[in-house]
Structures are given as structure tokens and as C-alpha cells.
Design a protein around this ligand. Structure first.
Ligand code: PHE
Length: 369
């Protein structure tokens, strides 16, 4: 200490700064003594932690405060005050560590052996939501088939959600009964209005992608969609969809069917069959609803087939849609699908009520860890 003091003087500090430097060192010595005594007396971890915060805490700690305020000392005082503060800091840290060890060993030698029959403390452990997991697993298969993953906005315009998809605004799907419009008051149908709405499907991402990129296109677009549906076991006003779109020269219905069959077998297993039922969507021609039937092995080892379960709407992209984005519909063809990952997750986990996936009740979601 003496040596440092002399060094400080030798460094040419002013009288006032010397006093400040000396005062600092005196305070440090006082805090050191106080803190060491407090550590001796501390009887639990919390008390030690309070001591640590009080003296060594980053923001309010007294000793750390000296180091923080170094800049206000005369330059010549800084080395000795800094060294003293660091020494006190190290000493206190070591004492706290010893204090912790002392308390831990005291706790284990109180004479009460630990009660091994006590239930463990419950800890919150997060997990991936089952619908997100279905999306990720579906995505991985398509990624390996050369698709890229994209996304689009949930607030859309009538153009992207309907018109560009060959769905006139007087089509039932565009009706206010099904779609959540964002415009206040009666929904304006004028051409000048952008007609904002919550997208009712992920198909607008088809348009947004094709507007920006030339073929070949191979995309997967997962996301939330919104509908004014009655809330029941298979309908929720917000739910996830996954859009798929392929556009290139020479793409045929055979590619379409083969790709979906390959997907289904990779996702549900080699025994999975798929079936196309004729359907209608304004933006595909022909359109289909795709069902899967799984082969499952029962507990007694016997093989069993599930019922046909609908997993998606799909079809060959209507040439009018290609025209709407400025593609040459004589040259390019494509196919698209819209899959329900909530549906897929229900199937996978044997959950019978879709609402459970979107209510986020931790008692339910916690079972998917
Ligand atoms: N967008 C349709 C729906 O939500 C599904 C679909 C997507 C159908 C792509 C055909 C092609 O029901």
C-alpha cells in the first residue's frame, strides 16, 4: 500500500486528487472488512448473494463502483486505486466462494439425510408446437425434393387473395361470410380500394412468388390463415396451411401425382396410399381433393388400414392464373396444393379436436415434449 501511495505522488497528482485517491482506498478497506465479516455471518445462499450484489454487483456494487468511476480520478491515482479495488474484488469473490461451500456442506450435514421420496421440482421445459413440428417435417421432405421455403403476408389484398387467383369477388369464397375483411364499415368493392383482409388461404403466396420470379418455381409456403368459420372440432378461425407450387415447362399431372405419392410415403410410411377425388377450386383445373390411407401395425402385430383421410386441396394451375402474373401459359404448366398441417398433426397424434392445437393450453401442449 505504502509503495503504491508513493508511486501515486511520484506520478505528480494534485493535492485534491491525492485526497480523493486516498479516500477511495480507505473506503475500499472499510468495505472489505464489512463484507468479509458479513460473509462469515451469512447463513444461507440468499444472504451471500445480497453481499455479492452490494459490494461486487455490476450496477450498484460498491467495489465495482470504484472501478467504474476510475475516470474521475487523477490519472496518477488510477493505477494504485485500480489495483487496490481489484485486489479487494478478488478477495471478496474468493470469500464468497468459500462461504457458499461452507453453507452447502452445512446443509448436507444437518443430520437430516435428504428425502429421496420427495417429488422433484417441476421445471418448465419448452418444446416445438405439434403443428410447427408437422410443418417442419413436411418441409424437410419437400426440401429434399428441391423446393424452397417462402412466406407471404397475413394481411392481404383482394387481388392476391382472390382476383389474381381467378376467383371473382362475387364467388362464394370471397363472401364476407367466410373472409375476415379489415376495412371498416361496409366492405368497399370499388376497383380503387385495396380491400384489405386476413388471407383466407396461403394461395396468395403463389401469386406473390410468380410475380417476382420466372419459372422454374418450386416453393413451399407455410403460414397462418383466417376464416369466419364456426368454431368446432375441425374448424378454427385461425389455422395453419402449407402451400405448394411447381411451375415449369412440361410439368404434368403425372409429376403432380408422383410427387404427392412420394411425399405421403415418406411422411406416413411405405404402405401409404393416396387418392385423388375430383373437386373444384377457381385457380386449378382440374382440381382434386387428396386423401391418404395409412397402413398401421396394431399392437397384436396385425396390419390394419385407416380410413381415407383428406389432407389437401390441389390441382393443375389454371392457365388464367399464369396469365395474371404475366407467365406464358402456352409454355408453362404447374400444379399446386394447400395442405392442413393441423389436420396432419391430428392424424399423427390421434387428437380429435383441432381447437386444442390453437388454444395453447399448457396442460395439453406439455404432453408433446
Ligand atoms: N387454397 C385452397 C384452400 O384453402 C387449397 C388449394 C391450394 C387448392 C392450391 C388447390 C391448389 O382450400
Amino acid at each position: 500500500m505504502t509503495g503504491e501511495r508513493e508511486q501515486g505522488r511520484g506520478g505528480g497528482g494534485t493535492a485534491r486528487a491525492e485526497v480523493a485517491g486516498d479516500a477511495c482506498i480507505e473506503s475500499l478497506q472499510r468495505w472489505r472488512a464489512e463484507a468479509l465479516a458479513a460473509v462469515e455471518e451469512a447463513s444461507d445462499e440468499a444472504a451471500l448473494e445480497r453481499i455479492r450484489v452490494r459490494y461486487l454487483g455490476r450496477r450498484e456494487g460498491r467495489v465495482s463502483g470504484v472501478l467504474r468511476r476510475m475516470g474521475s480520478l487523477a490519472p496518477a491515482d488510477r493505477p494504485r486505486v485500480g489495483a487496490a479495488a481489484n485486489r479487494v474484488r478478488k478477495e471478496l469473490a474468493a470469500a464468497l466462494k468459500r462461504g457458499l461451500a461452507r453453507i452447502a456442506s452445512a446443509a448436507s450435514s444437518t443430520g437430516h439425510p435428504p428425502d429421496l421420496t420427495l417429488p422433484p421440482r417441476q421445471r418448465w421445459r419448452g418444446t416445438v408446437h405439434p403443428v410447427s413440428r408437422a410443418i417442419d417435417d413436411i418441409w424437410k421432405i419437400f426440401r429434399s425434393l428441391g423446393f424452397v421455403r417462402v412466406r407471404g403476408p397475413e394481411v392481404e389484398t383482394e387481388w392476391y387473395n382472390f382476383v389474381a387467383l381467378n376467383t371473382p369477388l362475387d364467388h362464394p369464397a370471397a363472401d364476407e361470410q367466410d373472409t375476415l375483411f379489415l376495412d371498416p364499415g361496409p366492405h368497399p368493392r370499388g376497383a380503387a380500394s385495396p380491400g384489405l383482409l386476413l388471407r383466407s388461404h396461403t394461395s396468395p403466396v403463389q401469386i406473390r412468388t410468380m410475380e417476382r420470379h420466372e419459372p422454374p418455381i418450386r416453393i413451399i409456403a407455410p403460414g397462418m390463415v383466417y376464416r369466419r368459420d364456426t368454431y368446432d372440432a375441425t374448424h378454427t378461425p385461425a389455422f395453419a396451411q402449407i402451400e405448394g407450387l411447381v411451375v415449369d415447362e412440361g410439368v404434368t399431372f403425372v409429376d403432380f401425382k408422383a410427387t404427392l405419392a412420394e411425399f405421403a410415403r415418406r411422411f406416413w410410411g411405405p404402405g401409404t396410399q393416396i387418392r385423388f377425388r375430383p373437386s373444384f377450386f377457381p385457380f386449378t383445373e382440374p382440381s382434386a381433393e387428396v386423401d391418404v390411407k395409412r397402413a398401421i401395425v396394431r399392437e397384436d402385430g396385425r396390419e390394419e388400414e385407416t380410413d381415407w383421410i383428406e389432407i389437401m386441396g390441389a390441382g393443375m394451375v389454371d392457365p388464367a392464373v399464369l396469365d395474371n402474373v404475366g407467365y406464358d401459359s402456352e409454355r408453362y404448366t404447374g400444379w399446386a396444393f394447400g395442405m392442413g398441417p393441423g389436420r396432419v398433426a391430428m392424424l399423427r397424434h390421434g387428437v380429435r379436436d383441432l381447437r386444442l392445437f390453437y388454444e395453447n393450453d399448457m396442460r395439453f401442449l406439455g404432453q408433446f415434449r
